[in-house]
Design a protein around this ligand. Structure first.
Ligand code: IPE
Ligand code: IPE
Ligand code: MG
Length: 252
């Protein structure tokens, strides 16, 4: 492993990844796009292992967006099949390695078979504490904010930053410190719109199936070199006072 001492103390608590570039990885090899998605599952396995080794407590990945329904139906159905297959293959070892799974996203529109797989994987890993792995599936940042607001409205509750935050699909974890997007595109594509307000962004040309521990370490190093200011001045940040947390009790 690379120089972990250099990263100590500045490791993110929560890493988020837009796992992009599977299709291009496959097309470069004259393979069907689904071959890229299959290799994408292998890349995710490597990155989960690397996060466990580095003691990163939360990893959130974007696996299927609200807008990915607009893809050809064969690709959508092969992504659904791949999810079900990956769950049956991977959950036992994730469970054994201390990983707790969550699947933030809209369950409406997913087949019974897929929903059953997600519910079972969440249930079977619910006792784990080493790494929270959020696999965002049928997820969109706009969907998340709207569904959270609807829940508050249905209960007649006041809408504040704190109350809305508490109803979001990622209310169980702190906001991401670092967001990595593979595949070279410089956009968010409706991922974590609310939660990424102060997240450090790292973009890499590396296609997701090629992404591995060394690429993760490069992103962690880049993160360690950033100065997070949360609206303060650099001088304030240089002083010993702890930074104000975004979304926390700022006015207390
Ligand atoms: C990301 O890879 C996986 C999903 C969106 C499901 P893509 O399938 O978007 O790969 P590219 O961007 O076409 O290469
Ligand atoms: C974002 O990738 C969604 C996932 C990685 C699941 P896309 O490939 O769908 O994003 P766009 O369409 O290029 O913005
Ligand atoms: Mg893409």
């Amino acid at each position: 492993m690379p120089n972990q001492d250099a990263l100590a103390g500045s490791l993110p608590r929560h890493v988020a990844i837009v796992m992009d570039g599977n299709g291009r990885w496959a097309q470069k090899r004259w393979l069907p796009r689904v071959a890229g998605h299959k290799q994408g599952v292998e890349a995710l396995r490597r990155v989960v292992k690397a996060c466990l080794e580095r003691e990163i407590p939360v990893l959130t990945v974007f696996a299927f967006s609200s807008e990915n329904w607009n893809r050809p139906v064969e690709e959508v159905s092969s992504l659904m099949d791949l999810l079900v297959l990956a769950l049956s293959r991977e959950v036992p070892s994730l469970e054994g390695n201390g990983v707790r799974l969550h699947f933030p996203g809209d369950r409406h529109g997913l087949s019974k078979r897929v929903v059953q797989g997600l519910v079972a994987a969440e249930r079977d890993t619910a006792h784990n504490h080493k790494l929270v792995l959020n696999v965002c599936f049928n997820y969109g940042g706009r969907w998340d904010i709207a569904q959270a607001a609807r829940k508050l409205a249905a209960q007649g509750l006041e809408i504040t930053e704190e109350s809305l935050n508490g109803q979001l699909a990622l209310a169980h974890v702190p906001d991401p410190d670092l967001l990595i997007r593979t595949g070279g595109e410089l956009r968010i594509s409706n991922f974590l719109l609310w939660q990424a307000a102060y997240t450090e962004l790292v973009f890499t040309e590396c296609l997701w199936p090629d992404f591995g521990p060394a690429d993760l370490d490069r992103a962690l190093q880049e993160y360690a070199n950033r100065e997070r200011r949360f609206g303060q001045t650099a001088e304030q940040v240089g002083q010993a006072e702890p930074l104000l947390a975004v979304g926390g009790d700022r006015h207390a």
